[in-house]
Design a protein around this ligand. Structure first.
Ligand code: AMP
Ligand code: MN
Ligand code: MN
Ligand code: MN
Length: 293
């Protein structure tokens, strides 16, 4: 392909495994990606690269390219903002120290939430101990699944609605690193920083522009322009932001769980014209294509 590269629909650049709040092992994810006809998969678990070795080996064994990534939890003006790092050098000491610190904060937060549940007469500490004994970056979703599994709530949504979300009895405000620190950790590991799912933040149009400007100014390079579940309006708005701030565009499913109709692996609208595909910034993409070395 020459001239302006077209985004490849067989690429999914934001996917979770059981190393965070997804349910599939990385190798199973690679197999599903193959069955969905993908040629490139990025694994982007919350605040960890722990699944990347297994995912990379499984992708290569199936003739697919792989991009090592993670989804970084950050704070921008007290708002939780996610940044996907793509093409990360997992050996970067700065990267791993950053991720470890975030996971430590997650553990502390969940322990505090467990105490609050205890105070409400629920077996909070026990549930949290179970979450922490499990695989992967611990999240509130793990806790919600256990609460639903034990019949303490109707379902995961009910767990958030009654107990876990902001303003509810077990809520604990997160203390994530700033957006700038998240981007710095990605860049220090040679990665491309992609602002995740801009449509999900509760921001005015003006605040969205301020977020994008600050993200670009601190080293951010791309924006998720097309994520599964976005309608044409949301995609149009994120494409306009990408063009305005000179950000490349990424496209992804944000897949977590198989067998549900929402966010299926490898299914999302194509990138609109005039937005540069983020894959052009990923130096490792062609190198991994079809090669074992
Ligand atoms: P945490 O990163 O620990 O704050 O947990 C956030 C995770 O919980 C996210 O990755 C979502 O997948 C999930 N989540 C957040 N809010 C809800 C909700 N209202 N219903 C279902 N899942 C949610
Ligand atoms: Mn998640
Ligand atoms: Mn996210
Ligand atoms: Mn995600």
């Amino acid at each position: 392909m020459d001239g302006e590269a077209q985004p490849d629909p067989r690429v999914d650049l934001h996917v979770h495994s059981l190393h965070s709040d997804g349910t599939l092992a990385p190798a199973a994810l690679a197999q599903l990606a193959l069955e969905r006809g993908l040629s490139l998969l990025a694994l982007t678990d919350h605040d960890t690269t722990a699944g990347c070795d297994e995912a990379e080996a499984a992708c290569r064994a199936r003739g697919m390219a792989f991009v090592a990534g993670a989804e970084f939890t950050t704070l921008w003006r007290e708002l939780e903002v996610h940044v996907v790092g793509l093409g990360l050098d997992r050996g970067s000491a700065q990267l791993q120290a950053h991720l470890r610190a975030v996971r430590d904060r997650r553990v502390a937060r969940l322990v505090a939430m467990g105490s609050k549940l205890d105070a409400q007469g629920l077996p909070g500490a026990g549930l949290v101990a179970q979450v922490l004994a499990g695989p992967g970056t611990p999240t509130r979703l793990h806790l919600a699944r256990l609460m639903a599994g034990q019949g303490l709530v109707r379902d995961v949504e009910d767990a958030f609605e009654r107990w876990l979300r902001r303003g509810r009895p077990a809520a604990v405000a997160p203390e994530w690193p700033t957006l700038e620190l998240g981007v710095a950790a990605i860049r220090a590991a040679g990665g491309v920083a992609v602002l995740a799912h801009p449509h999900r933040y509760k921001l005015s149009a003006g605040q969205q522009r301020e977020l994008c400007a600050q993200f670009r100014d601190c080293g951010g390079q791309a924006l998720e322009v097309s994520v599964a579940g976005m309608g044409p309006g949301a995609i149009g708005r994120s494409a306009a932001l990408a063009r305005r701030f000179g950000l490349a565009g990424s496209w992804a499913s944000d897949f977590h769980v198989p067998g549900v109709p929402w966010r299926p692996l490898g299914r999302f609208a194509k990138l609109p014209d005039g937005v540069a595909p983020v894959t052009a910034l990923l130096g490792s993409t062609p190198r991994h294509d079809g090669k074992q070395g």
